[in-house]
Design a protein around this ligand. Structure first.
Ligand code: NAD
Length: 373
């Protein structure tokens, strides 16, 4: 069983899908592990560190030759996989709803694409879930970047020269990233409030010591929502939410938006008029900027100033903490493959619940239910 890892080719992608730690664990299962030269450099992993972990390090064509499994953060172009075994598995993120052509190309090339974003949200798959591991770090980073952009302090400070007021932070969307954003802003000493469409998040917000701000007159999504995911909201809800946000946002110094809907563009949560109501010097971090943005006018990797408010957001937030993000991503992949490792045949054998959920292509065809129609 040969497991190969290429250097990520996407611009700004500093992460890597394998660390020396997970390489040793794969070797302990009996696999041969090979990594392209320089693959870990963006995440502070040297070729030497891989070699010390028993990994073969070399040029891309050599690494990929005869691979049974290729691991990636972002799925490589199938042309980079020439020489891998027919039907080889590629476990990576594919962004399948937006990358239809890539998925088709994988089918055509005869590889089995395993999309880590499609990992079901079930207890046993939690340790395999790259969306969670990466969102958690992204939520943390968003607050740090916002704090760094903000021209004032986060905590209240009583000094001989007078009192510095605590910053007011509002987190919109309380999934994995939002919860970490709340916790991080609290640790920095801010006054934190938060909102979501799923009612189950209300208690989670309170348990972190933040104030829930919820639409009360129109029903949101009961409990966790389907599989923990939100859906698009009704016109009536959106109107009520916009009114609520308008009255709250003008009093905030920092807003962190994290709202996503699987398979749909990110919902628009903040309009230009609402930005104009905020105090000059306020900062908005739009974590959904790469999925279309929660904030009107936000641009990936640019600081946009509108009405004196700075709007920031990264196309790849987790890539800004590449070392930790890679360590967690690599463990997610190891946890996934090792859970299914069949010692007798010396390779992983997926079950239906998880295998069918993540598998996009097989036998030359697109086979995933979520991509049908
Ligand atoms: P996500 O990234 O899909 O969305 C972020 C948040 O935005 C969600 O809380 C969502 O409800 C919210 N949102 C969507 N539209 C909104 C709108 N119009 N206004 C305000 N908020 C809006 O979500 P996520 O971070 O991936 O996780 C969501 C849930 O799934 C969490 O409760 C998490 O605990 C759960 N989860 C479970 C597992 C597991 O059991 N294996 C794994 C991951 C996540």
């Amino acid at each position: 069983m040969r497991i190969a890892v290429l250097k990520e080719r996407a611009s700004g992608e500093n992460r890597v899908a394998l660390t020396p730690e997970t390489a040793k664990k794969f070797a302990a299962l009996g696999a041969t592990v090979a990594v392209e030269e320089g693959a870990g450099s963006g995440a502070s992993v040297t070729d030497e560190a891989y070699r010390e972990a028993g990994v073969e390090v070399g040029p891309a064509a050599q690494i990929v030759k005869d691979a049974d499994i290729v691991l990636g953060v972002q799925a490589p172009d199938p042309s980079a996989l020439a020489g891998a075994k027919p039907g080889a598995w590629v476990a990576a993120t594919f962004d399948p709803f937006r990358n239809g052509e890539l998925v088709e190309a994988y089918a055509k090339a005869g590889f089995e694409a395993l999309s880590m974003e499609f990992m079901p949200r079930i207890t046993r798959a939690q340790s395999m879930d790259v969306l969670s591991s990466q969102s958690n770090l992204a939520g943390y980073k968003a607050v740090l970047v916002a704090a760094n952009t903000y021209g004032r302090a986060f905590p209240m400070m009583m000094t001989a020269a007078g009192t510095v007021q605590a910053a007011k932070v509002f987190v919109m969307g309380v999934g994995v990233a939002g919860l970490q954003a709340i916790a991080t802003a609290k640790r920095l000493g801010a006054q934190v409030s938060a909102t979501d469409v799923r009612s189950a998040t209300k208690e989670q917000i309170q348990s972190l010591g933040a104030k829930p701000v919820f639409v009360e007159n129109v029903a949101g999504i009961e409990g966790e929502g389907s599989g923990g995911y939100a859906t698009e909201m009704s016109e009536e809800y959106r109107t009520a939410q916009a009114e609520l946000v308008s009255s709250h946002i003008a009093k905030q110094d920092i807003v962190i938006t994290t709202a996503l809907i699987p398979g749909k563009p990110a919902p628009r949560l903040i309009s230009d008029a609402q930005i104009a109501s905020m105090k000059p010097g306020s900062v908005i971090f739009d974590l959904a900027v790469a999925q279309g943005g929660n904030v009107e006018g936000s641009k990936p990797d640019e600081a946009v100033v509108k009405h004196g408010v700075t709007i920031v957001g990264f196309s790849n937030t987790a890539g800004h903490l590449a070392a930790d993000a890679s360590a967690l991503f690599a463990r997610n992949l190891y946890n996934f493959l090792s859970a299914f490792w069949d010692k007798e045949v010396g390779k992983p054998v997926l079950d239906e619940e998880i295998g069918d959920a993540v598998r996009l292509t097989q036998g030359g065809k697109v086979v995933n239910d979520r991509l049908a129609g």
